[in-house]
Design a protein around this ligand. Structure first.
Ligand code: SF4
Ligand code: F3S
Length: 106
């Protein structure tokens, strides 16, 4: 499965959602997640993210492993998103900032 990792938080460009053939992105207030039970590993979303925040699970670094269960957990309660939203006004400023996990809103 593919996993949304930390740099999506407060960037949330949403370019990823329109290419997913099985609509497995779910939306929270400032982060998106992939439902691992729906993802078919098509790889289409990974290059779409301007923040490089989507990874194949096998490519996750040690500190990113926690995002796998986090995607699975949040996908259960957040609604599906299939259409792009406007980019947050401060998305660029947050791109690449460290320690954004503490800012995740549920
Ligand atoms: Fe959707 Fe394909 Fe990305 Fe999985 S790899 S989330 S199926 S676009
Ligand atoms: Fe997030 Fe990248 Fe999609 S920033 S919303 S994973 S395009």
């Amino acid at each position: 499965t593919f996993v949304v990792v930390e740099n999506c938080i407060k960037c949330k460009y949403t370019d990823c959602v329109e290419v997913c053939p099985v609509d497995c992105f779910h939306e929270g207030p400032n982060f998106l997640v992939i439902d691992p039970e729906e993802c078919i590993d098509c790889t289409l979303c990974e290059p779409e993210c301007p923040a490089n925040a989507i990874k194949a699970e096998d490519d996750l670094k040690e500190h990113e492993l926690q995002f796998k269960p986090l995607n699975a957990e949040l996908a259960k309660s957040w609604p599906v998103i299939t259409e792009r939203r406007g980019i947050p006004a401060d998305a660029k400023e947050w791109d690449g900032k460290p320690n954004k996990l503490a800012l995740l809103e549920r």
